[in-house]
Design a protein around this ligand. Structure first.
Ligand SMILES: [Zn+2]
Length: 299
């Protein structure tokens, strides 16, 4: 039986949810797909930190490719990162002025806490550094972050509201989101990033930046990417209902909490991204290219 999120997997002839299969894997030490990016229903494990780093870079590059396909790239706005698994004060980031749809493993750059690119050949978005560095500094739970100017996310942000629990998908954000209701120009100070990190707190995976756009976070790039895709869709859905002029049926607190436990966990966030990643890797195998690009002459 698929669970409430349509998730179904089989092991030993029995249908299991992703949560149950993870538990079964931990209990039995069943052989999983270690350190590969195409694992289906269990979180990957790694023998070396280098393997983990490569896996995370592939996930982040894949996240950019799908975000490019979804039209989230707007000029030089938009940035996504993950903490390095060996040096957690540093993070991997997309370089500025490279289209999301051109992202490869080799394009990603490693940035230290001072904003210096210590691996890679391209410069970074200063506002992106300020946001991500501030969040990572104050919120150790967060391992991966993305922000961009997607059409529905930035449009919904103008309402100064958070997402209502009006659909099953939207329940994933029930009491797991915050509104940053200040906009005072492009962020160039890590203090604002620290405020966002505090808003993410211990459980939130979405911050709506008023008059700006969405920001999502998670324990890995897969999870943060799914929250962003889903939040943008939920924003679109809520605005479609608003535009219809019809009365909204808002789910009760109890139902929203129950549904959130089914669709809003970090594991389900990670799991929901896997079909996107599999498709993207088939569609754009060149994203695996780890060759560092030559520095562009116009910088
Ligand atoms: Zn922005």
């Amino acid at each position: 039986m698929p669970d409430a999120n349509g998730v179904e997997s089989r092991a030993g002839g029995a249908a299991l949810t992703a949560e149950a299969r993870l538990k079964a894997n931990n209990d039995t030490k069943a052989q999983g797909v270690e350190g590969t990016y195409n694992t289906m229903s269990i979180l990957p494990k790694f023998k070396t930190v280098e393997d983990e780093r490569l896996h995370l870079k592939i996930s982040l590059a894949a996240a950019f490719r799908i975000m490019g396909d979804l039209g989230y790239d707007v000029g030089v706005a938009g940035h996504g990162t993950f903490r390095d698994p060996e040096f957690p004060e540093c993070f991997w980031m997309n370089p500025i002025a490279v289209h999301f749809s051109d992202m490869t493993v080799g394009e990603l750059v490693l940035v230290n806490q001072h904003g210096e690119v210590i691996q890679g050949n391209r410069p970074i978005n200063a506002a992106g550094f300020a946001i991500h560095a501030g969040i990572y500094r104050v919120n150790q739970r967060v391992k991966s972050i993305v922000h961009n100017h997607s059409m529905y996310g930035k449009s919904f942000s103008v309402t100064g509201r958070t997402l209502l629990p009006i659909t099953q998908d939207a329940c994933a954000f029930y009491e797991r989101q915050a509104l940053y209701n200040t906009y005072e120009g492009v962020v160039l100070d890590t203090d604002e990033g620290e405020l966002l990190g505090k808003l993410l707190g211990e459980q939130n995976h979405l911050v709506i930046l008023q008059n700006h756009g969405l920001l999502t976070a998670g324990s890995n790039p897969d999870e943060m990417a799914w929250w962003f895709i889903s939040a943008d869709q939920c924003a679109q859905s809520e605005m479609i209902v608003d535009a219809s002029g019809q009365k909204k049926i808002v789910l009760s607190h109890d139902v929203a909490v129950k549904t959130r436990a089914q669709v809003g966990t970090p594991l389900l966030g990670w799991y929901n991204f896997q079909p996107y990643k599999r498709r993207i890797l088939k569609q754009y195998p060149e994203l695996l290219d780890a060759t560092a690009p030559v520095k562009d002459s116009y910088y």
